[in-house]
Design a protein. Structure first.
Length: 122
């Protein structure tokens, strides 16, 4: 899980997202704090990310038409041959939607929210 360990530095950008253990509330040093469904708070070491704790994120291609329009309005563009261009607002918007920007789903640190249904009910 070497790749998962290198992705730990980006977890703080997803505070507020759902996980398999509840909502990610925050991080301190090498610990994650998660609110469980009974509103208790649990603490997990950061190195269990991808094993015990899995983030629930979205793929960019799963955005709704309205979300895509909003993203374009915030400064996202696709140009050839140079590829994607993001403004600061566009990146912040994607993070607010809990879009996987760092390959966490492919690395096994996160699961695609589309494949699990409603994470609030799990």
């Amino acid at each position: 899980m070497k790749q998962a360990a290198s992705l730990q530095k980006w977890v703080h950008l997803y505070i507020g997202c759902q996980t398999n253990k509840g909502q990610l509330l925050g991080l301190m040093e090498n610990r994650m704090f998660i609110r469980s469904s009974d509103y208790g708070t649990a603490e997990y070491p950061k190195d269990v990310l991808g094993n015990t704790v899995v983030l629930y994120l979205r793929k960019i291609g799963d955005m709704t038409a309205q979300e895509s329009k909003e993203l374009i309005d915030k400064g996202f563009s696709i140009g050839r041959p140079s590829g994607y261009s993001f403004s600061n607002d566009a990146v912040l918007y994607l993070l607010s939607l809990f879009v996987d920007l760092f390959g966490m789903i492919n690395a096994g640190v996160a699961r695609d929210i589309k494949t699990i249904g409603d994470p609030a009910s799990e």
